[in-house]
Design a protein around this ligand. Structure first.
Ligand code: MN
Length: 335
């Protein structure tokens, strides 16, 4: 059987099939996961603009309006929250999204989502598309999207370049995490040659903090706790802290880095209250521990170094359960 007939063809075959589907199509619906990050939004905007430059019809959709700072990405004001139910698309593209259930209300129209292209780099991706370009070794979905744009010959302008750059920059922690590969640095360099301005992107999108975010951080830092000889660092944000600071959930983005920054910490945890008995746990690993594996014990998922869990229950019991599993995992790994 030729490789192209396999249900999960290799990377090059998937890439070629996706490029020819995009070339053949005239109208596209492009989206990303709920609570999108800069990789999701940047990838949408980059692919959308490149297809637009090739005279295609493009609708960019997210379930909720894009909050700051990612609404400052170039072209973010063209993202809509409404799609005419009568409207058909030749191709639907879902970016940076591990499972179809994370793709917002779109999943209700499964019949309309064909052909469905899934481009992602999450370890837990469920290959929900008709065409799947999933590569866990890619730094970001932005990197994969650029490979599609390049092979397709879709015109790259400054907006495309800025969004690919921002997507890669965001998912590599500004080129610091261990997914910072020669490939992503080469693509980033190419994006600068196409007009991306690293300082401008850093200043507007990566830094761009509101004062309420810093007020929230001030309170959150006061909650830092350390467990298991300082190997587990936990920060907690309760709903009343958000209202006191005048901040939204997006203002706590990357706060998990603060416990992660501390020497000796192997697992960093940000606990965010989202409802009376609802909590989101964001997990980061500094080295040996696979936090996607840890998250999956509680129905969550993500990457080896960054994962999340949605929890329902009382905070005391949740923390106890979580810490027990985390300690077990840490102790089971040889130094
Ligand atoms: Mn990503």
């Amino acid at each position: 059987m030729p490789d192209s007939d396999l249900p999960f063809p290799n990377f090059e075959t998937s890439l070629k099939r996706i490029v020819s589907t995009l070339n053949d199509g005239g109208s596209f619906l492009i989206t990303t996961h709920r609570d999108p990050d800069a990789d999701g939004i940047g990838s949408m905007l980059a692919l959308g603009k490149a297809l637009l430059n090739a005279d295609k019809d493009v609708v960019l959709w997210t379930e909720a309006p894009v909050p700051p700072p990612n609404n400052r990405l170039k072209g973010a004001d063209s993202i809509v929250q409404y799609i005419d139910p009568e409207r058909d698309f030749d191709v639907v593209v879902i970016l940076d999204c591990a499972g179809i259930e994370r793709a917002g209300r779109l999943q209700g129209n499964a019949e309309k989502l064909k052909p469905l292209i899934n481009i992602d780099h999450h370890e837990t991706n469920s290959f929900f598309g008709g065409l799947n370009l999933v590569d866990v070794n890619s730094s970001s979905t932005g990197e994969l999207v650029f490979k599609v744009i390049k092979l397709g010959g879709f015109p790259v302008d400054r907006d495309v370049a800025s969004n690919v750059f921002a997507a890669i920059q965001a998912d590599t922690g500004s080129f610091r995490y261990n997914n910072t590969s020669p490939t992503c640095l080469r693509i980033a360099a190419e994006m600068i040659e196409h007009g991306a301005n690293p300082w401008k992107i850093s200043r507007e999108v990566m830094d761009g903090y509101s004062l309420s975010r810093l007020r929230l951080l001030e309170m959150a830092l006061g909650t830092l706790e350390f467990y298991h000889s300082g190997k587990i660092g936990v920060m907690t944000i309760f709903i009343e802290m958000f209202s006191k600071a005048g901040a939204g959930p997006e203002d706590s983005e990357k706060f998990v880095d603060y416990p992660r920054f501390v020497s000796g910490v192997e697992i960093a945890v940000l606990i965010r209250q989202t409802g009376e008995n609802d909590y989101k746990f964001s997990l980061r690993s500094n080295s040996r521990v696979n936090v996607a594996q840890l998250a999956s014990r509680f129905g969550g998922g993500g990457h080896a170094k960054a994962a999340g869990i949605d929890y329902h229950g009382s905070i005391g019991a949740l923390k106890e359960d979580f810490l027990r599993e985390a300690v077990q995992l840490l102790d089971g790994i040889p130094n």
